[in-house]
Write a protein that binds this ligand. Sequence first.
Ligand SMILES: [Zn+2]
Length: 186
Amino acid sequence: MDYLILVNKKNPIPKNFCPDLVISDNGKMLEKSTSESFLCMKSAALCNGLKIKLLSGYRSPEYQENLIKNGIIGRISMGMTKEEAEIDTYKNIAPPYCSEHNTGLALDIVTEEDDDVYDEFDKTMEFRWLKENAQRYGFILRYPQNSIEITGYIYEPWHFRYVGKDLARAIEGSDKTLEEYLTYCE
Ligand SMILES: [Zn+2]
């Protein structure tokens, strides 16, 4: 299992990539080690009085395709032209095989009361704890502030990626995005 796999809008997942998926928190699927680490992290957060939940884990490429279709339809119904709707949708949603969620290694994490992701998640105690501690469980904050030019994504305080404990510490310590870290290590 390649926990350092780079998946973004320019690097689709190889078609033979086949994660070992298990049902994890909140009925969502994750890759096996990713799930085990997340559950450990969730217990540790709870020991600190913080309740986090897995809002979104593994998504199939087919599901990703539907997200794109519905994103375009929704934007057209809000008054955008087809072209504007497509551009805006692809800015916010990855094409099939280009989303980290298709690997089973990516997680959208929110507080127990939340039903969706939101920018102000980074104002919560839960986020502050995750920012301090996630790397100890093998997770990195994948789309930090001001890195859209490199990652292709806006700031997503809820989106974490499993890379394993050693690498998570190294990447967090380097203050680099996964893209920069991998180029730097080549
Ligand atoms: Zn995500």
